[in-house]
Design a protein around this ligand. Structure first.
Ligand SMILES: NC(=O)c1ccc[n+]([C@@H]2O[C@H](COP(=O)([O-])OP(=O)(O)OC[C@H]3O[C@@H](n4cnc5c(N)ncnc54)[C@H](OP(=O)(O)O)[C@@H]3O)[C@@H](O)[C@H]2O)c1
Length: 298
């Protein structure tokens, strides 16, 4: 029995898509919420059992994990402790946990909680096999909360304010590459058991080039207004002094300058992971965005 959390989410849907394509034969128990959209799951044709509840509910997790061999925990790292406690109590053999490259940030406010949770969990390896997947920023559809906002912003505005020069590198990953990687990791247990993988996009891309790429894909002529870093920090300080509900902190401005580049060599070697480049991946997202705008007009 396979137990999956987060199958109705952005990358979970791609994982499901792959399970369907591969005609997965085993039983799958999916933890979903009362209001989760389970349409795809219901028509998947797979041996799916839905259990309705929340990852916050430890007793529910323990009860529903009975008879499970492997857990794929896609939903947030913030519930990994609860999932692992229930898994260990039920003598689950293997947990595949989707965490984040956020743990590598040099800014404590971004990484501290993730490091704490992961270090605690990794100590459990004498009781259960643990494979950790660490995606970079995820994009790829109207369901992402990162790139979609940027696409929408660039479509609606002429000017784009940029804090600093935009030289920092990013390596966003497409949701489909991730969801499919979950499947490959699950299927290649002999190789992937007890390992850790960073899962990023094909190549690093400068933040400035990423903005230009989205703008060109939208066929827009946006003007990028670079705000010198010293001025951005100064303004953020003043803004935070006068507004206690400020939308952006000084540290967030600084974190934007941090390179977020992570090699996926290990995943390429073990599961043949070969992700899309950003310029390829963003095309579909922009297309769907424009289609949804057209539909909205009708
Ligand atoms: N977004 C990023 O840029 C990013 C970067 C690095 C790592 N990650 C991590 O990568 C993983 C996959 O991301 P994703 O984009 O696929 O996530 P997502 O779209 O946010 O999906 C979250 C899933 O978890 C479910 N869920 C949330 N809270 C729950 C609760 N209390 N009880 C039960 N189910 C709950 C949601 O159910 P509903 O359908 O009911 O909402 C949904 O299926 C996550 O662990 C995320 O933290 C994300």
């Amino acid at each position: 029995m396979l137990y999956v959390t987060g199958i109705t989410g952005h990358t979970g849907k791609w994982f499901l898509d792959r399970l369907i394509k591969e005609k997965y034969k085993g039983k799958i128990r999916c933890l979903v919420r009362d209001n989760s959209d389970t349409t795809l799951l219901d028509k998947s044709g797979l041996k799916v059992e839905k259990v309705f509840g929340s990852l916050e509910d430890k007793a529910f997790l323990e009860k529903t994990m009975e008879g499970v061999e492997t857990v794929v925990h896609i939903s947030t790292i913030l519930f990994s402790d609860n999932v692992m406690d229930a898994a260990i109590r039920n003598k689950v053999k293997w947990a595949i946990l989707v965490h984040t490259t956020g743990r590598y940030s040099k800014y404590k406010s971004a990484s501290e909680v993730y490091i704490e949770i992961e270090e605690r969990i990794l100590k459990m390896r004498d009781q259960i096999g643990i494979t950790i997947l660490r995606p970079t920023m995820i994009y790829g559809s109207t369901g992402d909360r990162n790139m979609y906002k940027l696409v929408d912003y660039l479509n609606r505005h002429k000017f784009f304010p940029m804090f600093g020069k935009g030289d920092n590198l990013m390596q966003p990953v497409h949701a489909k590459d991730l969801g499919y990687a979950y499947y490959d990791i699950l299927e290649k247990r002999d190789i992937t058991f007890n390992k850790e993988y960073n899962l990023s996009g094909r190549n690093p891309i400068k933040y400035l080039d990423l903005i230009k790429c989205v703008s060109a894909t939208l066929d827009k002529k946006n003007t990028i207004v670079k705000i010198p870093l010293w001025f951005s920090i100064f303004s953020a300080k003043i803004y935070n002094l006068i507004n206690k509900n400020a939308l952006i902190s000084v540290e967030q401005v600084l974190r934007m300058q941090e390179d977020k580049v992570f090699t996926y060599d290990e995943a390429a070697k073990d599961i043949g992971y070969s992700p899309l480049s950003f310029s390829e991946g963003i095309k579909g997202e922009v297309k769907r965005y424009l289609e949804s705008k057209q539909r909205g007009k009708k």
